[in-house]
Write a protein that binds this ligand. Sequence first.
Ligand SMILES: [Zn+2]
Length: 273
Amino acid sequence: MLSSAGSVPASLGERVHELAAERVRPMVAGEIPLLSVELPEPFRAVFTTRWDSPHLSEARPFDLRDEAGCAARGILAGVLGCLAGGADPDPVLVSPQQVHGVRVAGAAEYMREGTKAPCDGLVVNPGLDAGLAALLVFADCVPVILVGEVDAALVHGGWRGLLDGIVQQGAATMTGPPGLAVIGPSIGPCCYQVDSQLTAGFRRRFGSEIVPREGYLDLWEVATKAAGEVGVARQNVVNPRLCTMCNRDLFFSHRADGAGTGRHGAALWATGV
Ligand SMILES: [Zn+2]
């Protein structure tokens, strides 16, 4: 059953892991149920949920001919403007084509590029990216937000990107080292069944803890270890532990729903700048 627009399913808050509940809170904004992520000022982030219609994207979030996706992004921009208190104009959403690569760009830098090459991570710097909000879309892959003193990054971590170093690349593109990481709704160790070749590759790179049981991979632990490699202590990794496959009434799941499923979003921006 899909959640209806305008209401947060009563159980959404209960499903957020207690260790993340202080920073990741369910709310309704502009009739859209979402998870608001409390970050150090001036940064803000949200994770959207499945909402009735229009979806953030049916398949091609970056395609301006995708009318439903465009309409949803227009609504979302308004929601982000409201969350910022309405003092700023609604931010412009920067939503690149994602290809499971490791390219990360500044939000304004990406907007200036003529080619708009695919990009799986965006950095938001309040000084350079005023008025812009990074938006990446997901259906099982892991959204990872890194927050530092000066700027913050949002990256798209599928297995390929995590193995190839998208989190590390996000940190390297920031001005200074991150001190906080947030992992968004994504497929959990409970459901992410993969072949033995893949688990072997991850085990070699990240150690045996990322294989919770044979045939399964813990991408949350991979993201946590990757964040650790760039200086984020484990206790500063916020993970609501929301598995998209277990919670497919709230989130899109490529594994559960098939290739034609929609996408929920993660948005990151700076307010009051
Ligand atoms: Zn699960």
